[in-house]
Write a protein that binds this ligand. Structure first.
Ligand SMILES: [Fe+2]
Length: 278
């Protein structure tokens, strides 16, 4: 099998053309896709018609699919497959049938609040609004590389506290921390496959840097968030129905733009299990 790789921006991201993911891909092609993914961080496949099994088969080319934790009764009714997380604003009797229903989401790395966050995410667009809901991807290697030598030196060995509340779509803030998923991870992590360093704190989920006085930690976090958000670190994806994207949470962050509340957005997410960030 052959495919073409088309760069999507100077920062990161490549579109892969010429593959139909509704059918199995042979091993040499999978190896070539994986190599392209490690190089470009985000791979986009347009115009794919995929059921859950096809999406899960694709995900397994990258690693083991993860199971969503403790889904509630409501989401189980609409999606009994625990490999899948529906990200949608569809509601039944006023309550969302999936997760992360509304509006903007700040930059983050998926499930950074867990001890073993997702290594990668495979997201498929089932239904999208006419406008809005774009996903911004940031190259977290490049963000690290933009920092001056003194800052890089300060960052070595620092750890950060990550927490997130799905119910409110916010960090804990003034909320009680107990009961919310939370994890401590290095501020800068080293990608286990490429050996490159990447920023691993994010505006959505990282609440503080341990090991530093609070004001110093807050200022340092702001520097790192700003590095992630530099326009030259970011690719903005305008979704079409049938797009499939796989991204590497170890070295890329993503954010979502706002979209009209009266239009349906339905995305099917399958996560790929990761290990402890170092
Ligand atoms: Fe996400």
């Amino acid at each position: 099998m052959t495919f073409r790789t088309v760069l999507l921006s100077a920062a990161l991201g490549a579109e892969i053309r010429g593959l139909d993911l509704s059918r199995p891909i042979d091993a040499p092609t999978v190896a070539a896709l994986r190599a392209a993914w490690l190089e470009h961080l985000v791979l986009v496949f347009r115009g794919q018609a995929l059921d859950v099994e096809a999406q899960a088969r694709f995900a397994r080319y990258f690693g083991d699919t993860s199971e969503t934790q403790a889904p509630d009764e409501r989401s189980m009714k609409h999606n009994p497959d625990r490999r899948v997380l529906l990200i949608t604003n569809i509601r039944e009797n006023g309550r969302p049938v999936g997760f992360l229903p509304d509006g903007e989401l700040q930059f983050h790395s998926d499930s950074a609040f867990l001890d073993c966050p997702l290594m990668a995410t495979v997201l498929y667009a089932v239904e999208i609004p006419d406008r809005g809901g774009e996903t911004l991807f940031a190259n977290a290697y490049r963000a690290y590389e933009t920092l001056d030598a003194e800052t890089k030196e300060r960052l070595a060995g620092l750890r950060a506290f990550n927490i997130y509340d799905y119910a409110t779509q916010v960090k804990s803030g003034t909320l009680e921390r107990a009961g919310l998923p939370q994890a401590v991870h290095p501020v800068i992590r080293t990608h286990p496959e490429t050996g490159r360093k990447a920023v691993y704190v994010n505006r959505l989920m990282t609440e503080e840097i341990l090991d530093l006085p609070p004001a110093d930690g807050a200022a340092l976090l702001e520097t790192l968030f700003a590095a992630i958000e530099r326009p030259d670190c970011v690719y903005e994806h305008v979704w079409r129905k049938g797009d499939l994207i796989v991204w590497d949470n170890r070295c890329a962050q993503h954010a979502r733009r706002d979209f009209p509340a009266d239009q349906t957005r339905l995305m099917r997410r399958i996560g790929i299990a990761g290990d402890v960030p170092v």
